[in-house]
Design a protein around this ligand. Sequence first.
Ligand SMILES: Cc1cc2nc3c(=O)[nH]c(=O)nc-3n(C[C@H](O)[C@H](O)[C@H](O)COP(=O)(O)O)c2cc1C
Length: 148
Amino acid sequence: MPKALIVYGSTTGNTEITARRIEETMRENGIDVVVKNVIDTEVGEVGNGYDVTLLGVSTWGDDSIEFQEDFEPFYERLDEVRLEGKKVALFGCGDSSYQYFCGAVDELENKMQSLDADIVNTPLRIDGSPDDADAEIVAWARNVAESI
Ligand SMILES: Cc1cc2nc3c(=O)[nH]c(=O)nc-3n(C[C@H](O)[C@H](O)[C@H](O)COP(=O)(O)O)c2cc1C
């Protein structure tokens, strides 16, 4: 059975809810899924023994892009991991009334490109509550499941 790791950083719970919905959908599509809060995760786990690693993070800050606080130190250490050709998928929650909508997802995308990771599917950027984006989340997660 293909295996997926989902790592999320979430302050008010929206990115966690999104991660759980992705998990549920991928399981229904035959994937063995492990979900972890970023505070319990080592960077070395990314891509290590998984067919795809999904990274989810919310965006904070006002006139600059700030990662969700638990995710920031994890992000800073991603350069230590060899990710060439490893499949990753990216998602996050934000609010389009801010200047940098889902800016942390953009920065993560740049980082994955610089590490030559294989980004599957277009990164998922949720505007507002994930409950209002359920169909979009499910369709995106199915697409990721089909890519491995
Ligand atoms: C002080 C503050 C700053 C924020 N800055 C941004 C931002 O720059 N870009 C964005 O897309 N969303 C921004 N947001 C919205 C959050 O990312 C959004 O509420 C998200 O759903 C939180 O996800 P979480 O509960 O998983 O942490 C901000 C929210 C707050 C309260």
